[in-house]
Design a protein around this ligand. Structure first.
Ligand SMILES: Nc1ncnc2c1ncn2[C@@H]1O[C@H](COP(=O)(O)OP(=O)(O)O)[C@@H](O)[C@H]1O
Ligand SMILES: [Mg+2]
Length: 294
């Protein structure tokens, strides 16, 4: 076999130099982001992406500059939830330009890179790690108050990559539904966060009862209160109970965050309260000088 390097294939040294440059860019990007928050869950379909999108919309409405990093590489739903799944990415002077979903909300997602929405991403861990690194180092995020990272369920490749790449993660939000099976998995997520020394902002109990449109009674469709109990048992702050509202699905499918479409609803008040608690958590750690300390 010839030892001569093919002109188009980068040498080991070139690859290393490129990697070092990217790592520097990741550090530069993170240096311009005030607070970094990740949204996790043990199970799929419990409402992580819904919580992430509505949290970003509320923080933006309060005047914050927000970035959304959709780290769900295999199931990137965030673009659809913002109504931009068709939007092609553009390159800027310093890298990929994230899509502006609101004047002060920028988004990057694998979903924006796929040739069509049905293309599967058949990647193993190392490639996903590189993609997430590029989402941080090769994207023109600019100055941000918050970076919200949406994750796939569980404690696999993507959460691990995010936890390792984003040094100084300010906190994790665990989303669960109230059933025992979902709770069992969310306990694992709490322990994952603890193992990686990521401060636990708290647990959100989503799909917590369905308000009967006729009589107003709260029907405990998937039980009620399980997330709150798990938070008490695990000594994690409890952030709130979001009821089931068919309009959450409607708005998500039509590409408008629920809280933007219904700014005065009961469910929006719950989202706002959760956002307030998240903001207070990261700001108080910052004030106490605990930020960036493990
Ligand atoms: N509180 C809620 N009421 C009604 N539907 C909800 C609620 N939260 C989430 N959903 C819907 O449930 C589905 C799964 O939510 P999603 O946020 O994609 O979950 P995950 O990111 O955990 O997989 C979506 O169709 C979403 O619109
Ligand atoms: Mg999701």
């Amino acid at each position: 076999m010839s030892t001569q390097q093919h002109a188009d294939i980068p040498s080991e040294e070139q690859r290393k130099a490129e990697e070092e440059k990217r790592e520097k860019r990741v550090a530069q990007t993170l240096g311009k982001i005030r607070y970094k928050i990740m949204v996790m869950s043990g199970k799929g379909g419990v409402g992580k992406s819904t919580v992430a999108v509505n949290l970003a919309a509320i923080l933006a409405k309060d005047g914050n500059y927000v970035g959304m990093l959709d780290a769900d590489i295999h199931g990137p739903n965030i673009p659809k939830m913002w109504g931009v799944d068709w939007k092609p990415l553009q390159s800027g002077d310093e890298g990929i330009r994230p899509v502006e979903v609101l004047p002060n909300v920028k988004l990057i997602s694998m979903g924006l890179l796929l040739p069509n929405p049905d293309s599967p991403v058949v990647w193993r861990g190392p490639l996903k790690h590189t993609a997430i690194k590029q989402f941080l180092g090769d994207v023109e995020w600019g100055d941000l108050d918050f970076l919200i990272v949406d994750l796939p369920p569980g404690t696999g490749d993507e959460p691990l990559s995010v936890a390792h790449l984003i040094e100084g993660m300010d906190g994790s939000i665990i989303v669960t539904t109230p059933q025992d099976v979902a709770l069992l998995d969310s306990r694992k997520t709490v322990n994952f966060s603890r193992m990686l020394k990521i401060p636990l902002i708290g647990i959100v109990e989503n799909m917590s009862g369905l308000r009967c449109p006729k009589c107003g009674h709260l029907i405990p469709l998937f039980k009620i209160g399980g997330g709150k109990k798990a938070a008490q048992d695990l000594e994690v702050p409890f952030l709130g109970q979001i009821p089931i509202d068919p309009e959450v699905v409607q708005k998500s499918d039509s590409g408008t965050p629920y809280v933007v479409a219904y700014p005065d609803s009961e469910v929006t008040k719950v989202f706002e309260d959760i956002a307030k608690k998240c903001k207070a958590f990261v700001e108080s750690r910052d004030k106490e000088g605990k930020k960036d300390k493990k």
